[in-house]
Design a protein around this ligand. Structure first.
Ligand code: ADP
Ligand code: ELE
Length: 312
């Protein structure tokens, strides 16, 4: 079982209002989202064994998120339900590229605490973390504490998916991320994340070397339409191209890519730290290829709408 730990939120996506088309005004339509939620949904649709852990509101949006998880075959038994509001992300789309304005004060997701976290269940073989839930408190500390008590052989994947405009206490966030990434098996970053992490003062190559030196067995760099590269501890690089598709928008591309990687590692029986440490380049390549394949479907349609296994 892969346990996805982090934000589930509502992306408010602008869409033209038919009624007021003369004025060209947009309305905002509530779509289920959140980086970690998107990965959980994608894994469920690919028939991978997956559960989600997050603070989930009892409000109408929390119910929407819950229903969508259940529909996509994500195990909901580790959700922590709360009488607090759902996080909202108002989206601006510019040429298919999304930017986000978050409303996250006092929410069910943000107010998750260390005391809310269970022990890591025995059935969990992999933990997945990332997104804005690592950037705020108290939930960031709750997830970091949960990771620290994971069994030695649990595969841990982190995608920091950094939103600079969301960060309140940068020093605390950097320290938390550094600690979590040092304990991770796989860190997935975009070039923008890497530049932020390295403080912009070094080349991408050096930033990757520094990240590998900090602990993870594999660093994966995704570069949108240019594809993805895995960097291994022994200096090997595994590169795959992006699949060619007509792009509608890139919302959820990285999240779906990560699901593809984890799903393929599960199918190849490589869902453990030890298996990944000794994995051949063929396994890594197959995982990246599947990540690229499923992400290509997501970018070919509106919003984060990952494919079902039967669509591939
Ligand atoms: N324009 C695109 N065409 C085809 N595949 C894409 C495109 N953009 C992203 N992808 C796929 O999704 C993966 C992750 O995208 P990327 O934009 O790098 O991630 P993130 O959303 O984390 O920034 C890429 O490595 C690629 O496989
Ligand atoms: O959770 C967050 O950080 C969000 O911004 C909400 C979005 O639903 C996804 O994150 C979009 O995911 P990507 O397009 O893959 O980066």
């Amino acid at each position: 079982m892969i346990l996805c730990c982090g934000e589930a939120l509502i992306d408010m996506i602008p869409e033209p209002l038919a009624m007021s088309s003369a004025s060209g005004a947009d309305g905002f339509v509530p779509h289920s989202g959140g980086a970690i939620f998107n990965t959980a949904i994608a894994l469920g649709r690919l028939n991978a064994p997956v559960a989600m852990m997050t603070g989930l509101s009892n409000d109408l949006f929390g119910q929407q998120l819950y229903d969508d998880l259940a529909k996509s075959k994500v195990d909901t038994s580790y959700l922590v339900r709360q009488d607090r509001p759902t996080t909202l992300a108002f989206v601006q789309l510019t040429d298919g590229h999304a930017s986000y304005q978050f409303y996250d004060e006092n929410t069910a997701g943000r107010m998750l605490t260390v005391e809310d976290m269970p022990a890591v269940p025995d059935e969990v073989k992999a933990l997945y973390f990332g997104g804005i839930s690592l950037a705020s408190e108290p939930c960031g500390d709750a997830y970091a504490g949960f990771l620290e008590q994971a069994p030695e052989d649990c595969l841990i994947m982190i995608d920091p998916n950094i939103r600079p405009s969301f960060i309140e206490d940068e020093d605390r966030y950097r320290a938390r991320l550094a600690k979590m990434m040092s304990l991770a098996t796989i860190v997935k970053t975009s070039d923008e994340d890497l530049l932020w992490l390295s403080g912009q003062s070094v080349s991408l190559d050096q930033a990757i070397k520094d990240l590998l030196a900090a602990g993870p067995s594999v660093v994966i760099l995704t570069e949108g339409s240019k594809g993805a590269t895995a960097y291994l501890q022994n200096g090997t690089q595994v590169r795959v191209a992006a699949n060619k598709v007509d792009v509608v928008d890139t919302v959820g591309a990285g999240d779906t890519f990560n699901a593809g990687v984890l799903c393929m590692l599960s199918r190849l029986d490589h869902l453990s730290r030890a298996a990944l440490n000794t994995a051949g380049t063929d396994v890594i390549e197959e995982a990246l290829r599947f990540g690229a394949k499923v992400a290509a479907v997501t970018v070919s349609r509106a919003g984060a709408n990952p494919p079902w296994a039967q669509e591939l």
